[in-house]
Design a protein around this ligand. Structure first.
Ligand SMILES: *Cc1c(COP(=O)(O)O)cnc(C)c1O
Length: 385
């Protein structure tokens, strides 16, 4: 049995290698506010792939806040004894800031979407979902056993055409994680209103980056969804997530959300660091402004050197190369020039849509952006198909 399992895994790996799809984790060491070094060779790179958009993840004051927390771990799930004053206060702060009645914390955004699916939907129901939604929304919907009706990317008209009487919810990312474009939130909200659907929006990449005061893509569009997922691992620089909505939804999640009930409550040190990060996000508007200036500078730079400019105006700037191997070769060539940029391949993106996914951060300097543009111009000429 053991031998057979080993042979099976070895065969699967060989298959991935033949297809150029084998992936592995690189061991890195933090080497500055937005730099990484290889743990063994000590080569150093400017990091253009992290989601630490505001440059908060390595701010010493976040670690200081974590150190002042009541404990490292919460010791139990929220329903047992893991829900402290600090947890309740962070939930209240988020709800107040984002204009929702209530919020519930979860240890990760992945878990938040997994908790939502089966809480909102059951067998016999159906949900509309954007084709390019994040894997965690797909998995949450699958767990619910509802029928999933996938509509054309960012196309509210197609969503409406697919809508039938069994559809109860419409689920979408706000900012799409691999393309950086934004869902037509106002149109989707209008569709949800017309058809009496719940609107479930994951604002992982909008929070802290878009909208008045950094309240996210939903605030930018003036939309208040029925269920909003926000995550702390991106612009807030920590880890964890929250689901926001009416008090009745949060009560339902506390009672039926398996990721809330059967998982240790978010670590107090993360709660403390996240509250501090939220303070800084709200008081340091310069981070958001600097980030947007970097996005504009990068796009203007691409146009200057004659490279195609991505449609995205968010800090996620994809350069779609199509072929897996070309994307990997371009990523390696950028590494040799001192830039960490990941090649994203299927199944994370659709077949034939392999790309470099670049992300910008307020922690970058103008010179980093300019050098990146130069390097991209050389590398893409070199690896031209
Ligand atoms: C990152 C991400 C998640 C997962 O959040 P984690 O806290 O990292 O588990 C969920 N949804 C979207 C759109 C994301 O980009």
């Amino acid at each position: 049995m053991r031998g057979r399992l080993q042979a099976e895994l070895a065969e699967r790996r060989a298959e991935r290698e033949r297809a150029g799809r084998q992936r592995s984790r690189q061991v890195v060491r933090a080497a500055g506010p937005c730099a990484q070094a290889d743990a063994t060779t000590d080569s150093r790179w400017i990091d253009f792939c992290s989601n630490d958009y505001l440059g908060l993840a390595r701010e010493p004051s976040l670690l200081d806040a974590a150190r002042r927390a009541a404990g490292a771990g919460s010791g139990a799930s929220a329903l047992v004894s893991g829900h402290s004053i600090a947890h309740a206060e962070l939930e209240a702060e988020l709800a107040d800031w984002l204009g929702a009645e209530a919020a519930v914390l979860l240890p990760s955004g992945y878990q938040a979407n997994l908790a939502l699916g089966p809480t909102l939907l059951g067998r016999g129901d159906a949900a509309l979902a954007d084709r390019l939604n994040h894997a965690s929304i797909n998995d949450g919907l699958r767990l619910s056993a509802a029928r999933i009706l996938r509509y054309a990317h960012a196309d509210a008209g197609d969503a409406e055409r697919r809508c039938d009487t069994r559809v109860r919810w419409l689920a979408t990312d706000s900012v799409f994680s691999m393309d950086g474009d934004i869902a037509p939130l106002a149109d989707l909200a209008a569709l949800a209103d017309r058809r009496g659907l719940g609107l479930w929006v994951d604002d992982a990449h909008g929070l802290g980056v878009l909208g008045p005061g950094g309240r996210g893509a939903l605030a930018a569009a003036g939309v208040v969804p029925d269920a909003r997922v926000v995550t702390f691992g991106k612009s807030l620089g920590t880890q964890g997530a929250a689901i926001l909505g009416d008090a009745a939804l949060v009560d339902e999640l506390v009672n039926r959300g398996r990721g809330v009930i059967y998982s240790t409550a978010l670590a107090p040190m993360l709660v403390a660091a996240t509250r501090h990060a939220l303070d800084r996000l709200r008081t340091e508007a310069w981070r958001r402004e600097r980030l947007q200036a970097h996005v504009d500078r990068f796009r203007a730079g691409l146009a200057r050197v004659g490279l195609p400019v991505p449609a995205s105006r968010t800090p996620i700037q994809p350069i779609v190369l199509g072929d897996d191997r070309r994307a990997v070769a371009a990523s390696r060539a950028l590494e040799r020039r001192g830039f960490l940029v990941r090649a994203i391949r299927p199944p994370t993106v659709p077949e034939g849509r392999a790309r470099l996914r670049l992300t910008l951060s307020a922690a970058h300097d103008e010179a980093d952006i300019d050098r990146l543009v130069e390097a991209l111009s050389e590398v893409l000429a070199e690896t031209d198909a």
